[in-house]
Design a protein around this ligand. Structure first.
Ligand SMILES: *Cc1c(COP(=O)(O)O)cnc(C)c1O
Length: 382
């Protein structure tokens, strides 16, 4: 399926010849699923993140968040603090582990967790914080680390947007106890679906591989190395493994991840300049000391007009999305946790005003100008 000719797509992936060659080669191997190429990718990602860390390839970021919580023995009766300004996976994983998500409001400039409010939400049942690096900009990890140390909490990073993010000299996984990554189709590197977890504590890490493969004592790849040996099931695990085909697709993308980030950075600057002086249009700020992964570019428009913008931009052939409506107001969370409008006013305000516009390395300058002109045209009639 090709692009519609006069449409500016919301997203186009950057997978090309290198990935085709890598996957073609991997198809010639005896193992299609978890094996040597996954190992190679795990080592490459650990290296990219700065070393001193173990990485396990997984089927999704959702799986990574779930296993992180299980790895730290978080479950029923425990509270886990997280952001309402995120994709539902961040909170769903907490429910999968049997724990209770406790939402805390976000900063108005970045949409990331407000550390002072995290501090105020800690109770004797709190066991962890799942912080979300929204749009690729890392949370204030130094402050969160200090807070988590003070209260003996595990710090888990939802780095689905931020494999290539950096703040105060640290990458995801360096200050958190675990970092979860997504390789879903629209993320900064992709295997259509896929994920990974990075963990610094090797004892915790040792628990994760069996948990990702039904609790089996050894995977098929390890067993293949010798003559037949029986395997055992030592714990109740899940089916969360990454495949060699996915790893083959990810390796060349990881090698150019910073180049692709730089391309999105350049485009993001063009948007920021175009909207900087427009009354009624705002956007999140990248703070000093941060290099955002620039996963998404969002503009914040007046709440009363947001849905009209979405329709009219769509009619003008501009692909748009909403990342995100505050998740505590989605039906399930509203019913399950009893939150009402007004509970987290900053997240609600962002959720009511936000529009994501096209941002990807192959977005052409003329396409970006069309996006800017369309936004300004729709804005002028409000
Ligand atoms: C995409 C996303 C996830 C889930 O990633 P999957 O790999 O699809 O499970 C989690 N958190 C955030 C913030 C995301 O954007």
């Amino acid at each position: 399926m090709s692009d519609k000719p006069d449409r500016v797509e919301f997203y186009r992936h950057s997978v090309g010849d290198e990935e085709v060659a890598a996957v073609t080669e991997a198809l010639g191997d005896i193992f299609l699923t978890t094996g040597a190429r996954v190992k190679q990718f795990e080592l490459a990602l650990a290296d990219y993140l700065g070393g001193g860390i173990d990485v396990l390839g997984l089927s999704s970021c959702t799986a990574a968040l779930h296993l992180a919580l299980l790895g730290f023995d978080i479950g029923p009766g425990d509270e886990v603090i997280t952001s309402p300004m995120t994709f539902v996976a961040s909170a769903n994983a907490i429910l999968y582990a049997g724990a209770t998500p406790v939402f805390v409001d976000v900063e108005p400039t970045t949409g990331n967790l407000d550390v002072a409010q995290v501090s105020a939400a800690v109770t004797p049942r709190t066991k962890a914080v799942v912080c979300v690096h929204l749009y690729g900009q890392l949370c204030d990890m130094r402050a969160l680390r200090e807070l988590c140390d003070r209260h003996d909490l595990r710090l888990i990073e939802d780095a689905a947007h931020a494999v290539d993010g950096l703040r105060d000299g640290v990458r995801p996984g360096q200050l958190g106890d675990a970092a979860a990554f997504s390789f879903h189709a629209v993320k900064n590197i992709t295997s259509a679906e896929g994920g990974a977890i990075a963990v610094r504590d090797s004892e915790v890490f040792a628990k994760l591989r069996p948990l990702s493969l039904h609790g089996q004592s050894a995977g098929a790849d390890a067993r293949y190395a010798s003559t037949y040996r029986h395997w055992d099931m030592v714990t109740l695990g899940y089916k969360y493994n990454l495949t060699n085909l996915q790893a083959a697709m990810l390796l060349p993308q990881l090698a150019r991840v910073d180049r692709q980030r730089d391309a999105r950075e350049r485009l993001a600057h063009v948007y920021e300049q175009a909207f900087a002086d427009v009354d009624g249009i705002e956007f999140p700020r990248v703070v000093d000391g941060a290099t955002s992964g620039r996963h998404l570019f969002t503009i914040w428009v007046p709440a009363a007009d947001r849905d009209r913008y979405l329709t009219e931009l769509g009619e003008r052939g501009i692909g748009v999305a909403v990342n995100y409506r505050a998740i505590h107001l989605l039906s399930y969370y509203q019913q399950r946790l009893g939150h009402l409008r007004g509970s987290f006013p900053v997240a609600e305000s962002i959720g009511d005003r936000t529009i994501s516009i096209p941002l990807y390395p192959s977005l052409r300058d003329d396409e970006q100008q069309r996006v800017i002109e369309a936004v300004l045209a729709v804005h002028r009639v409000s």
